[in-house]
Design a protein around this ligand. Sequence first.
Ligand SMILES: [Fe+2]
Length: 289
Amino acid sequence: MTGQTPLEIRPFGTALGAEIRGVDLSAPQPTAVTEKIHAAWLDNLVLVFRNQSLNDDDLVKFSRHFGDLDMVPGWEPFSPEGHPEVLVVSNVQEDGTAIGVLGDGEASWHTDMAYIPKPPPASLLYSLEVPETGGDTSFMNMYAALNTLPDDLRQAINGKTLNHDSSHDSGGNLRPNHDMFTSLSEAPGARHPIIRTHPETGKSALFLGRRLHTWIVGEDVAQSDALLDRLWEHCTSEDLTYRHHWQKGDLLMWDNRVTMHRREHFDAGARRVMHRTQLKGNQGVEAAA
Ligand SMILES: [Fe+2]
């Protein structure tokens, strides 16, 4: 019967995140279920599905319920055969060649691809192999980050735009075919409002992208850095975050418009293999009214 499903939504009671129980994502999903998942995703920002058993077809089919899929430019060699929409995130090497991206290092707080004009609205990450310790992923609630900002800081950034550097990756490395700029004001990348409106919920949120090499357009670089440092100090409070310890068979789905995430490093000798999809962005970032 429409609307009657066994699906269970269990918020973690932290700043964001909920576990979804009662659904086998390898099976076809009725519209009533995917609509309920979509609503839970908007409410909780990060959804966790445990004990799933998915192949790449399953992952792609489930992801497509929420929009068209996108590919990350330059990372095509790290897609499984026949699945260009899937990206392997892994430290594993086979015959001396990396099978995926990001290695075993830390990835600092970021929103995926905030440096393009239409950033992806969601990313989905499925774990095939995980280390016993390390490699946890933390998420930050950017609605709450904005709502708890001190008034003077909110006033100082109200109506401002942030330049999101596209020339460095989340590990701080200069991407291939990019040159280092001499001033932050010359960094390449998209410019987005620093306080945005979520296109589906209509709520306002902070949109910071990442810390390294961002610049508040029009500000003196030192003043921009001082404001951004205060914003980041506020945001990275544990009160605004959920930390996920991975188990094999976890699928996580996050709202990339109102969250940031970071990954901790893990033992280089351990194996970690994840398959990832992301939704294609179909609109720019709207400023808050
Ligand atoms: Fe990411």
